[in-house]
Write a protein that binds this ligand. Structure first.
Ligand code: ADP
Length: 497
């Protein structure tokens, strides 16, 4: 393919960064990574970085981008099929390079799993291709005139790119890998090394090998120029068991290259003063209007429309990580406080069935919506009184930040990014104006219940509650400070540091 001059950077002094990711809001989202992938590149562009995104052309992505144009054709390699690169842009105007390969991405189901919830059997090839193309675009063999100085990889799905670059001829981009959740590692049969077009000698402890298997994430952690993760707390936790998930040794060996940078939130999308998805807009000065959203939420969920009971809410993937088995265990006690409980989420079948049965048994007080619903998520943030995140671990977490911005104090366990972003409602923190939620430590259902009881007591004292709400709403969770830190790391990497 001939390089297209129109794809070169407009300003040669700008730092060029390719942000490779398997999801990006609102085109395709399973969790916080999608929000980061939409907002961070936009914040980088605002700082003068020439950031572009690389995303697989899943069926639902292409359906939302009818005006993409082809910019390159890529030949097959080993068992990776031929593909095309298309150019579009995100809603925020960030250039978006879409990797179109119908054989691997044009299908129903989710980006990583089938509709029935099992991993796609060809995930190694699907994300091997994504990694390989990210690396190609950062190498001398790129078909594009625009060549990034830094390749920013995200999660295991792009973490093989540093391995491809290691074996590429000619000058290549520096690499940064961000861990959004170390629990997901992309571990496959070693026989796939050849299928992915990697040389046999990369299958070693210094390369992609991990206890006799091929590990995408291990490869990236071993070979990337720098590693970041999404909160300072999680950066510490992953250097030890149990949250190192077997990679703590490698991570602590690389700690001089490991940075914890807190995710920001998109303060344009998550703003109760302008949010088109909520019933009644409000800010810190008009908090009384928040009750209209509570009523609208209760109506939408079929709950009793009473202002008298505190309404606790959850929006989450239903997995072991999120600690919602504890919530299910104590749900009957929460309802007898009395209080209301609303849950939006999906995942683990046992949890889904448990929360559905709870709602069926107590329709006026408990509601369960299984599925992914962005607009309901906004109304929940605006309409709930308090937000629950009892996670066993949480690399960063987004909803506790959205909640604070919406005057919906979060109740969180002291782990990872939750501990970094929520200040417990202690008398001292209330007095100095920093308290913004409720933090509990012990990983147990009883500790969660105690925190919910504390929150219920505070909710009944209007003055305390208003103070908590206003403290949270005054906090700045925007991207600018974190985007500056990323830009600093890119600059150091690009200059060989
Ligand atoms: P994780 O990435 O581990 O799933 P985060 O808190 O970092 O958790 O991010 C979750 C993001 O996904 C938030 O923006 C949250 O609102 C959203 N989300 C999760 N489940 C749902 C759902 N069922 N419907 C709508 N949004 C959801």
């Amino acid at each position: 393919m001939t390089p297209s001059p129109s794809d070169a950077s407009a300003n040669p002094d700008q730092l060029r960064v390719l942000f490779a990711t398997p999801e990006c809001s609102p085109l395709i989202k399973t969790g916080g990574l999608a929000d980061v992938s939409a907002a961070l590149p936009a914040a980088l562009i605002a700082l003068g970085v020439d950031a572009r995104i690389l995303l697989p052309g899943y069926r639902e992505v292409l359906a939302q981008l009818p005006h993409c144009r082809e910019i390159a054709r890529l030949a097959p390699m080993a068992e990776l099929p031929a593909a095309r690169l298309l150019l579009g842009q995100t809603g925020a105007g960030v250039p978006l390079i879409v990797l179109d390969c119908p054989e691997l991405y044009d299908r129903g189901g989710g980006p990583y799993q089938t509709e029935a919830g099992s991993d796609w059997p060809d995930n190694a090839l699907r994300f091997g291709l994504l990694s390989r193309v990210a690396a190609l675009l950062g190498s001398a063999a790129s078909p594009l005139a625009w060549r990034p100085q830094v390749l920013h990889c995200n999660e295991w799905q792009t973490a093989l790119a540093p391995a491809y670059l290691r074996y590429a001829a000619g000058a290549s981009a520096a690499t940064l890998l961000t861990i959004h959740n170390l629990a997901f590692q992309g571990i496959f049969d070693p026989g796939l090394v050849a299928a992915l077009g990697l040389p046999a000698d990369c299958f070693s402890p210094e390369g992609v090998e991990y206890y006799g298997k091929l590990s995408f994430l291990k490869a990236g952690l071993q070979l990337a120029g720098a590693i970041t993760t999404v909160s300072p707390g999680y950066a510490n936790e992953i250097q030890h068991e149990p949250l190192g998930f077997g990679l703590h040794g490698l991570l602590s060996a690389r700690k001089d290259r490991l940075y914890g940078i807190l995710n920001g939130i998109d303060t344009g999308v998550w703003n109760p003063a302008t949010d088109p998805l909520i019933s009644c807009r409000y800010d810190a000065g008009t908090l009384a209007s928040k009750s209209n959203n509570k009523r609208a939420l209760q109506q939408r969920l079929g709950l009793a429309t009473t202002p008298e009971l505190p309404l606790f809410a959850v929006i989450s993937r239903l997995t072991e990580q999120k600690g919602l088995d504890w919530l299910l265990q104590i749900a009957p006690q929460i309802l007898t406080l009395p209080a209301q409980l609303a849950l939006l989420g999906g995942g683990d079948g046992v949890l889904e069935r448990g929360f559905v049965a709870l709602a069926q048994g107590h329709p006026a007080q408990a509601s369960t919506r299984i599925g992914f619903d962005e607009s309901l998520a906004h109304l929940i943030e605006a309409g709930a009184d308090a937000f629950l995140m009892p996670s066993r671990f949480e690399p960063c977490g987004m909803n506790q930040m959205y909640s604070q911005r919406y005057g919906t104090p979060p109740i969180v366990r002291a782990t990872g990014g939750l501990a970094d972003t929520v200040v417990d409602c202690s008398p001292a923190a209330l007095a100095d104006g920093s308290a913004s939620g409720f933090v509990f430590h012990e990983p147990s259902a009883q500790a969660l219940l105690a925190a919910i009881k504390r929150a219920t007591g505070a909710w009944r004292e209007q003055k305390t509650w208003r103070a908590l709400q206003r403290n949270g709403m005054a906090r700045n969770f925007g991207w600018e400070a974190s985007a500056r830190r990323y830009a600093g790391i890119y600059a150091a990497l690009a200059s060989g540091g």
